[in-house]
Design a protein around this ligand. Structure first.
Ligand SMILES: [Cu+2]
Length: 363
């Protein structure tokens, strides 16, 4: 009988463990909500129209001038891949990742998710068991046991180990996100303006590209997601480290691309920088992620990652310089006009500084 008594004491203690585990893990549940890539970029990914392989005639024209430059291929704006680097209709998960750190972070996201599932199921099972097994009718005389050293050690050590299992990858991810770019990284600077982005290339002749959102009609004509497509993309080389510096010209903006695991505030008077290295060529969309005024929702980001030769061709088409080009006799075509246009390509389309529009109800 004494043995049975201690068994029922264990049952009561098990219920306490369940509560202890639940309490000990509450902070990790809250922390999981701070997932940067979990931002819900809700855009209609309807790419019905298409046909025209170029984004706009100006881009194609500039691409062909680059073709004339020796050793450089022509720049033709890349077609985005459906569902890659962009939100998908009905999507509920973190976007597929295209950087090393993104893969790591996405892995941690799922690691945390399954830990939460396991703990939730365990706690729910214990509670159900206790409610049924120790209900008043089945257990009229409650056990008076109040201490059990073994159980107390277990309910302290197990949650501590779980927290350690979360803390190690979590702190590793934090540290990786602050990794300093290597010395040979290409510097590119993203500047937030009210309400568009500018991309400066100090290592390539210091030209600046101005990027404005396309209208719905323009985006659909290009086969791009509306409210994410832009006239001039931020073109970057793929597979090499980029020192992406982010700053604001007027108010605080935030440069964020979920599929690249990149989010950095653009603060006036401050130069934030972070390493960006993209795994594969593609078009990756993002949005300003710091409320910056009336047209905050209309300053999307489109990053186009290209192999180095094509990136160089694009740089030359902007009238920029390519590293080592002078030795090889490669020079920028002086007639190559920069792509940047202050406004959207279509006359009368809303652009930089235009008043907010009310006709758009798709978001
Ligand atoms: Cu902004």
């Amino acid at each position: 009988m004494k043995f049975l008594g201690s068994i029922s004491a264990l049952h009561r203690i098990a219920a306490s463990i369940a509560m202890a585990v639940a309490l000990a893990l509450t902070p990790s549940l809250a922390a999981a909500q701070d997932d940067p890539a979990a931002q819900s970029v809700s855009a209609s990914a309807d790419s019905t129209a298409a046909a025209d392989p170029t984004l706009d005639p100006a881009l194609a024209a500039d691409g062909s001038t680059a073709e004339a430059a020796p050793g450089a291929g022509a720049y033709v704006p890349m077609k985005p891949t459906e569902g890659k680097g962009m939100p998908v209709a009905g999507g509920y998960d973190v976007q597929d990742q295209f950087t090393q750190i993104g893969h790591f972070a996405r892995g941690l996201h799922f690691w945390l998710f399954w830990i939460m599932v396991a703990i939730s199921v365990f706690v729910l099972a214990l509670m159900l068991y206790v409610m049924v097994r120790f209900r008043k009718s089945a257990n009229p005389v409650p056990n008076k046991t109040s201490h059990n050293t073994f159980i107390e050690v277990v309910w302290t050590v197990v949650p501590a180990l779980i927290l350690l299992g979360i803390a190690i990858p979590s702190i590793t991810l934090l540290a990786k996100q602050y990794e300093t770019p290597p010395k040979d990284a290409i510097t590119i600077k993203a500047i937030g303006y009210q309400w568009y982005w500018g991309y400066a290339y100090p290592d390539n002749g210091d030209f600046e590209v101005v990027s404005n959102m396309l209208t719905k009609e323009e985006a659909e004509a290009n086969g791009e997601p509306h409210q994410l497509a832009v006239d001039n993309r931020m073109v970057v080389p793929v597979g090499v480290p980029i020192r992406l510096q982010v700053t604001g010209a007027d108010v605080i903006h935030s440069f964020a691309v979920p599929s690249l695991w990149f989010k950095l505030d653009a603060v006036p008077g401050r130069l934030n920088e972070k390493l960006l290295q993209i795994d594969e060529p593609g078009v990756y969309y993002g949005q300003c992620s710091e409320l910056c005024g009336a047209r905050h929702g209309y300053m999307p980001i489109a990053v186009e990652a290209l192999p180095m030769a094509q990136y160089n061709a694009w740089v030359l088409a902007q009238g920029g310089k390519v590293a080592g080009a002078e030795e090889e006799g490669v020079e920028a075509d002086p007639k190559a006009a920069p792509l940047q246009q202050p406004e959207s390509a279509i006359p009368g389309a809303p652009g930089a500084g235009a008043p907010p529009v009310t006709d758009d109800t798709t978001t």
